[in-house]
Design a protein around this ligand. Structure first.
Ligand code: PLP
Length: 815
């Protein structure tokens, strides 16, 4: 059924009916959680009807479809977003009001779908929003982790990880399809036979795991296209071993079930770091095998010929985690569809496209040959053959150049290089910001760029401006709409029209008023969660993102210590009050990152409790950073810190969320900051620090001596010494010695590998400049408006349009 207008009365009736039929309750005796579920399922009924309609229409058209494979989808909450996208926000508000339900309060009941670590997973989520909004058929495929990213608690300044059982209370947004499982096979042996002159492949003695699809509707803004996020859950083939059960061995009877179901149990919490574990590999193969099988099954079911797969299907690989999809499709085409190698390879290499997300060596995935051979013997055969043929081609091209060829080989020194397999098996390889894509071509994939120059492209990341501006900052959205109309919601480039109002005093005041209100809300949250009172007239200076050495939260802290020293020396100096806000999870095994979290807390304790500085500095750490917390913090930020070591942050997307909200950026020339600088103009952003080229030269020439800087600069020497002289932790002066030692002497011979001391002076200077600018409101709010006006480029709508033009070539639906 096509979408139709829904009236307030209907919503009210639906909610009351849901309370009765789902819970046997009414408005008077329902719990908050029941109220949330009643309202959400009432909304879901409407989505289900439109979803069915959308699927029917898409099927009729039988056009090209995209499958976006990703180990992570950091979706956050669905309820409010779905309300917004269905244009039902106001009516739901009225309905709830009339029923005496506090809509704002029940929205907070929904747990975040935290099925991702950070930028990579959130990007996948933003892409789904833009795909549906733009009327494109693009579906997500991932894993239904029973436990999402851990919950972070801070105890005594240290991070403690707690499980995130987000499904415990049910999930309103998923539809389980146990009747449509796919079977995924691990281990066993491969038997090759000749039958009637044709090679047949038999996999024997495998362990089989059932993959159950859980489908989530993806609702675009004012769009009739509703796509599907398909998350796979692992189930054992047999619920229990009856033989053992009959003998009373109950625990053993369940062992196999546990072993199978552990596959989709928990998300690995490493961001920008490879996790070379057996179970991780199982997760990867589990979800890509189920995905590829179901894609092929659906394709054939509607009467398509397998030879045409690439004409109507494009499969996108989000980083190398789903790389095994390439040999898996080969396996299906050859072993099950009976195609020969050349034909299968032709189809496969025209079906896959790959996005690279990082150049950090510790994040580049390699798997031991032996592990793959043992766990996925047939897949190993295929990868081996791909490599043989690839090396043969190289030999033709570079006769005698053994060294070059062995450097490029997919399998070398007993390891399989997933990125290389992706490059060879895909028709498109893209980086996620200009600088990053250049580094791919010039540096880490130079040899591959030489043979496949046209495969390499750039598509700069974006974020959905609907979730992060329209929804997260409704007052700012209203102010914008009052000025330029609401066209910007589906055409982000229309934000440009704000630029002519950048000096409009009334508009500036309005933007300022909205920020102030958002700061008040965040201050309340800070008070509730940390018991710390912050100054509403202070500059809210925010760094929120995963904790990683390359993101340089340490540089931020050292600068705060420097400011504190300044105040200690000159308590009456004219410094605008500042509230520094951090939020960040560290990977549980990442010792140094966790130590930096402790450092932030120790410095915070010292500063926040020092009455002598008249509350001019406050340092806040908000625990458990996640999408729903980002949505609270970002609209209240005056300054956004994007200070990674140049060349290390592939793009960043947090930077874009802040820009859309009129926050000014203090950042390095790294990732998408470079393009933000281009879009907004250098006078409207605070750029500091070394360039990627300068950093690279230091590294190559080994010409960086942080100890020299330390000796020469008294301010730096003072803060670095304070790490170990008892200034921060008088009782335990040694807890931060490691940080001190790394900065001055390093480990493995490289001191200060992230160039913190090198950029320190420049960082202090730019912060001072930002403060001075803040003191002049006319100038500040002008820059803020210019930032919003030029943020349209960073909408994921633009990103998706670009992917579609350059790679996917899908037709937009217009039903
Ligand atoms: C946007 C986002 C990120 C990515 O932030 P970066 O600053 O680009 O690293 C990470 N986590 C969450 C919850 C986000 O919303």
């Amino acid at each position: 059924m096509r979408k139709r207008e829904i009236e307030v009365e209907e919503i009210k009736n639906a909610i009351e009916l849901k309370l009765e039929t789902l819970f046997g309750r009414n408005l008077k005796n329902a719990s908050k959680s029941q109220l949330y579920k009643a309202v959400a399922t009432a909304l879901r009924d409407d989505i289900m009807r439109s979803w069915a309609y959308s699927k029917e229409k898409v099927l009729e058209e039988n056009g090209k479809e995209l499958y976006y494979l990703s180990m992570e989808f950091l979706m956050g909450r669905f309820f409010h977003n779905n309300l917004t996208n269905l244009m039902l926000e106001e009516k739901a508000e009225v309905a709830c009001n009339e029923l005496g339900i506090d809509l704002k309060e029940i929205k907070e009941i929904e747990p975040d779908a935290g099925l991702g670590n950070g930028g990579l997973g959130r990007l996948a989520a933003c892409f789904l929003d833009s795909l549906a909004t733009l009327g494109l058929s693009g579906h997500g495929n991932g894993i239904r982790y029973e436990y999402g990213l851990f919950k972070q608690k801070i105890i005594d300044g240290y991070q403690v990880e707690m499980p995130d059982p987000w499904l415990e209370d049910g999930n309103v947004w998923e539809v389980a399809k146990p009747e449509e499982p796919e079977m995924v096979y691990f281990g066993g042996t491969v038997e090759k036979n000749m039958e009637n002159g044709r090679l047949t492949i038999l996999q024997k003695n495998c362990q089989c795991v059932k993959a159950i699809p859980y489908d989530v509707p993806i609702v675009g803004y004012k769009s009739n296209v509703i796509n599907t996020l398909r998350l796979w859950g692992a189930r054992a083939l047999k619920p229990l071993d009856m033989g053992l059960f009959g003998k009373g061995q109950y625990v053993d009877a369940l062992a196999e079930k546990e072993l199978a179901e552990v596959i989709s149990k928990v998300l690995y919490p490493e961001d920008n770091h490879e996790e070379g574990r057996h179970l991780r590999l199982k997760q990867q193969y589990f979800f890509i095998s189920a995905s590829i099988q179901s894609i092929v099954r659906k394709f054939k079911k509607i009467g398509n010929k397998i030879q045409d797969l690439h004409k109507k299907t494009v499969i996108h690989i989000n980083d190398t985690h789903p790389t095994l999809a390439i040999p898996e499709l080969m396996r299906i085409l050859i072993d099950q569809e009976g195609l020969d190698w050349e034909k299968a390879w032709g189809i496969t290499t025209q079906t896959f496209a790959y996005t690279n997300h990082t150049t950090l060596p510790e994040a580049l995935e390699k798997w031991p040959e032996e592990l793959i051979k043992q766990l996925l013997p047939r897949i190993y055969d295929i990868i081996h053959e791909i490599n043989e043929r690839f090396c043969r081609d190289l030999w033709e091209k570079y006769p005698g150049q053994w060294e070059k060829i062995s450097k490029m080989a997919i399998i070398s020194y007993g390891e399989i290089h997933m990125a290389k397999l992706c490059i060879v098996g895909s028709f498109s390889i893209n980086g996620v910001a200009k600088l990053h894509s250049e580094i791919l071509k010039r540096d880490i994939f130079k040899d591959f760029y030489e043979i496949y120059p046209s495969k390499f492209i750039n598509i700069t990341n974006g974020v959905t401006h609907r979730r992060f501006l329209l929804r997260a900052n409704p007052d700012l959205a209203d102010a914008i709409t009052a000025k330029i109309g609401d066209g910007w919601i589906t055409d982000s480039f229309q934000l440009k029209r704000l630029e002519t109002s950048c000096e409009d005093a009334g508009f500036q005041e309005e933007i300022c008023r909205v920020r102030q209100k958002n700061k008040e809300e965040l201050a309340k949250y800070i008070l509730d969660t940390t018991k710390i009172k912050v100054d509403l007239h202070s500059i809210f200076d925010v760094q929120v993102k995963r904790l990683h050495e390359y993101k340089r939260q340490l540089l931020n802290v050292l600068h705060i210590m420097y400011l504190y020293n300044q105040l200690l020396d000159h308590p009456n100096q004219d410094m605008h009050p500042k509230t520094f806000i951090f939020a960040a999870k560290a990977a549980p095994g990442y010792h140094k990152a966790k130590l930096i979290i402790k450092l932030i807390h120790s410095v915070a304790d010292k500063i926040n409790n020092d009455r002598s500085i008249y509350n001019k500095l406050k340092l806040i750490f908000l625990e458990n950073y996640r999408v729903s917390l980002a949505e609270k913090i970002i609209p209240a930020a005056d300054i956004s810190k994007q200070i990674s070591t140049a060349g290390k942050e592939a793009s960043g997307t947090g930077n874009m969320k802040f820009m859309l909200n009129g926050t000014l950026t203090v950042g390095t020339l790294d990732g998408a900051n470079i393009e933000m600088n281009e879009q907004v103009g250098p006078e409207n952003i605070f750029i500091f620090g070394s360039t990627a080229e300068e950093i690279e030269n230091c590294r190559k020439e080994k010409s960086y001596y942080p100890h020299e800087i330390y000796k020469k600069n008294d301010d730096i020497k003072r803060v670095v010494d304070q790490l170990i002289n008892g200034f921060i932790e008088p009782e335990h002066p040694d807890i931060f010695r490691e940080i001190y030692h790394d900065l001055l002497y390093g480990h493995g011979g490289v001191a200060d590998p992230y160039f913190i001391l090198k950029d320190f002076a420049s960082y202090c200077h730019i912060n001072k400049q930002a403060e001075e600018t803040y003191k002049n409101p006319k100038n500040w709010w002008k820059k803020s408006i210019i930032n919003i006006a030029n943020a349209g480029y960073f909408s994921s709508d633009r990103t998706i349009e670009e992917y579609n033009e350059k790679i996917w070539k899908l037709k937009k639906h217009d039903f």
